[in-house]
Design a protein around this ligand. Structure first.
Ligand code: SUG
Length: 454
């Protein structure tokens, strides 16, 4: 049976805006208050999806959440008709309205942690929606994420969608952005690297960031590994270097990226990076019958941490385009950075790693909030049979791409500032768009506004 890595990309929602909501994410902090272009953001994301689909890679779409999240505002005590809820929130708690209006759910690398059926003791594909507890605007995402995943991965004999990890901030979990699965090929047994920034029960010597808070706890990942029935031999935990977090590495996918047997990482990514890489290599050889892991280190002398964060080199996707041949799907910002571009060119020209080509994408709308190519996708490794069992309407082909482009052009604004978020017309427009989208994707009713009174 064939196995595929399917990239599920988050479709940018109609309320994409710059609100400076993510302390510790330098792009979000520096762009807060600017006017956003939701239409352009969504089209940029769709262009990336189309490119990967045209490469022959299975590509799918995850729909955006309903925003402004009137249901969340009601839970925060606002009442009355929807327009009254928006007006009262705008007056009494404007930052809460802004938090409940973010399109942050586009960054689906934070939607969930995923385990392929090859690696789980019960032979099912497991998903745990991330609790995203560290940021208010993201903490409201998990219920919709769970509903959407259950609508797409419908068959409980093949797919298990768990509840998010409970336990409050100490158990903070940000999903696949801090998780990398290595395997000799997508269909082979995997080794799972889980990267945390803090422990819920830290030892006396555990180093901690000084400026920005860590978002991911080790214990949350330990719980996920248990729920997903991963054997101990398939799991490795590592701690992010606190200095990296303080430099703006709020998720590990800002400083390392892996695919199959390749691991591109910055030398300052982890606490004791050389020891982490040595253990990863040994453990990979053990699960893959002796096949070597190619660890491609980016030295700080070539790309200083600050430039790694600014260019988002490590937030590239690495995809397998043919056996042993991989492509880097990178943000255009990497070309604009002389050192980063030179490093990538050199690796490809040398030709001694599986990385053989690089493609650059203008994702500036998402990048300005700290979301590069890898943030925008959730990787799900599926067998042929599992692929055939998911909701068929979410698979991207040229016809769906064309329909989604037309849908964006019909419904999305090309200018959005924070003062627009209380506009009841924006809520109406967004709901109209999402209602049509669920029909296009064949997902039935998944949003609060569709389910109310159902
Ligand atoms: O959680 N930005 C997101 C970016 C997430 C990127 N994801 C990965 N690295 N996988 C975040 O910080 C900014 C929203 C704003 O400021 O308007 C925001 O939520």
């Amino acid at each position: 049976m064939k196995t595929h890595e399917v990239n599920f990309d988050g479709l940018v929602g109609p309320t994409h805006n710059y609100a400076g909501l993510s302390h510790g994410n330098v792009a979000s902090m520096s762009h807060g208050g600017r006017v956003a272009n939701p239409r352009q953001a969504a089209l940029q994301g769709l262009a990336k999806m189309k490119f990967l689909a045209d490469l022959g890679l299975p590509q799918a779409v995850l729909p955006p959440h309903e925003r402004p999240a009137v249901d969340a505002l009601r839970r925060f005590g606002f009442a009355g008709r929807d327009a009254a809820v928006l007006a009262a929130a705008a007056k009494q708690a404007p930052r809460l309205l802004v938090a409940c209006s973010s399109a942050s759910n586009m960054w689906v690398a934070n939607a969930a942690t995923v385990t392929p059926s090859h690696d789980s003791a019960d032979g099912r594909v497991h998903f745990t929606p991330a609790n995203l507890l560290s940021k208010l605007h993201r903490s409201i995402e998990p219920p919709q994420t769970a509903r959407t995943l259950r609508a797409i991965f419908r068959d409980p004999r093949r797919f298990a969608v768990h509840e998010p990890i409970a336990g409050g901030a100490a158990m903070g979990d940000e999903g696949a952005a801090n998780h990398t699965r290595f395997a000799a090929s997508h269909g082979a047994r995997g080794l799972h690297l889980f990267v945390h920034g803090h422990a819920a029960f830290p030892g006396a010597k555990a180093p901690a960031p000084r400026q920005f808070a860590s978002r991911q706890s080790r214990e949350a990942f330990e719980a996920i590994a248990r729920c997903h029935l991963l054997g101990d031999n398939a799991v490795l935990h590592a701690q992010q270097d606190p200095a990296a977090i303080d430099a703006g590495v709020f998720h590990n996918d800002v400083i390392s990226v892996g695919n199959e047997n390749l691991f591109l990482h910055h030398e300052q990514a982890f606490v004791r990076t050389p020891a982490v890489i040595a253990e990863l290599k040994a453990r990979f050889a053990a699960v893959s019958g002796g096949r070597p892991l190619v660890a491609l280190k980016v030295p700080a002398a070539r790309v200083p941490m600050r430039e790694a964060v600014r260019s988002y080199l490590f937030n590239s996707q690495i995809v397998t385009v043919a056996p042993g041949r991989m492509a880097l799907i990178a943000p255009a910002d990497c070309v604009e950075n002389r050192r980063v571009h030179a490093f990538v060119r050199e690796v490809i020209e040398r030709g001694d790693t599986p990385l053989q080509e690089a493609h650059y994408f203008d994702l500036k709308q998402s990048m300005s909030n700290g979301g590069g190519p890898a943030c925008l996708r959730l990787r799900v490794v599926l067998t042929d049979a599992e692929l055939a069992a998911l909701a068929p309407g979410v698979r991207l082909d040229p016809a769906l791409h064309a329909r989604l482009v037309a849908w964006v052009k019909k419904h999305y604004r090309d200018r959005l500032g924070q003062e627009d978020l209380a506009d009841p017309a924006l809520l109406r427009e967004s709901r109209r768009a999402l209602d049509e989208l669920t029909q296009i994707l064949g997902l039935g009713s998944i949003y609060p506004f569709q389910l109310a009174g159902a």
